[in-house]
Design a protein around this ligand. Sequence first.
Ligand code: AHR
Length: 504
Amino acid sequence: MTAARLTVDPRFAIGAVRRRLFGGFVEHLGRHVYDGIYEPGHPRADEQGFRGDVLELVRELGVSTIRYPGGNFVSGFRWEDSVGPRAQRPRRLDLAWHSTETNEIGLHEFSDWLDKAGSDLMLAVNLGTRGTLEAIDLLEYCNVPGGTTLSQQRIDNGRAAPLGVRVWCLGNEMDGPWQLGHRSADDYGKIAAQTAKGMRQLDPSIELVVCGSSGAQMLTFGEWERVVLQHTYDDVDMISCHAYYQEHHGDIDSFLASAVDMDSFIEKVVATADHVGAVKGSDKRIDISFDEWNVWYIDRVDSVKPTAIDDWPVAPRLLEDVYSVVDAVVFGSLLISLLKHADRVASASLAQLVNVIAPIMTEPGGPTWRQTTFFPFAITSRLARGVAVRLRIDAPVIDTARHGTVSGVDAVSTHDAETGATAIFVVHRGRHDAVDLVIDITGLGEVEIVETHLLADDDPSARNTLDDPERVQPRALEGARIVDGLLHVTLPPIAWAAVALQAR
Ligand code: AHR
């Protein structure tokens, strides 16, 4: 048994917990849309063909804003294909995922689905193979109440009221050589600034996200942000970060410390953005939209797409990672990292939502189930309220090959002064021994424990599958207690936990 001491004091507030931190991402990719959220003929499908069982889980997950329709998909997407009478919509090749896009589900249907899910739309425009005019046209179609050809088309297509889309992504991963229309930072910065200016001329109330790096490992990382922001600083609100983590060659210690990399990624982007602001003499602050994050086994065979010229399947099984307990513990620690940076991460999107590197899985004609990663997201999204609070942490350290020496315990808290609710989210990265946590909560006054959740397992490789969909479940933290202003919690090896406290 090892021991760690933590201190929670609401005076160490980081920033407000914005609901957009718990966003998601739906891309037209694999079985995400077709045979995922949409499966007409399924026993639980509603009148529009949307699966009611999937909608129930999406609501339970608690996702706020949902980024759509891609991802790499958006860089070959013509938005006009996805509206109007369905029978007339074209079938197109999706070059990004080597699939056929039927356009059966488009902007209107997806907006209807979002209404049912209780989530907001965040749209990405195609700046890979299209440009400023098409982006402005889409904005006009979505947000102008009426009186123009495009807004009238929306009305004729069944949406009288504007969609009122607030947050827009200016392309996707434009730094990535795999991206259709991949550009240099200079070229992208120019078209992004031009497009942002045009879009704001139409609707000054929108919030714009410019593409940052596809990962901190990109060779252009840092310089990309600097150059792109030099062009766009005055015209955008956020810069994006994307990060995916996986276990490499059995190096579990490094994998468990992935959030250390996320912390440093965020801090470097903030430093670069602030540097550009300083050089420009600007008082404006650019925030981060961490609009793709997750665990993703990108090297695994089932992540590889078909490539033959005559092989363009509709909704093939792609990127259907099955997540273990270890994956979920890392996933929970990534959420802790996002909360620890709540002052600058204004928005985040879990990539993705259903079937594709997803917390929710479905079987055609069959059931839907929660992956292990579902639990940390749903619990954190529900309990994190008010402001994020920085903790003091004294814990044993772990040496890792990729991230150096890291704390064996990481944690963050949230505190809602209005309701007196506090939540503590904690990860234990140690693989061998349990850890006794003594958490000083005297700064909270008189509180009681109202909920505890532990995600850990004697078999850290355990997963939920079609055959065994409830193998992994969070359980209560046995023995959690408060004695003289100290909260005592024992965590087993490789564990993620949450404790909700309420002022008496
Ligand atoms: O989320 C899967 C893919 O990862 C997205 O399409 C792309 O933006 C990123 O590379």
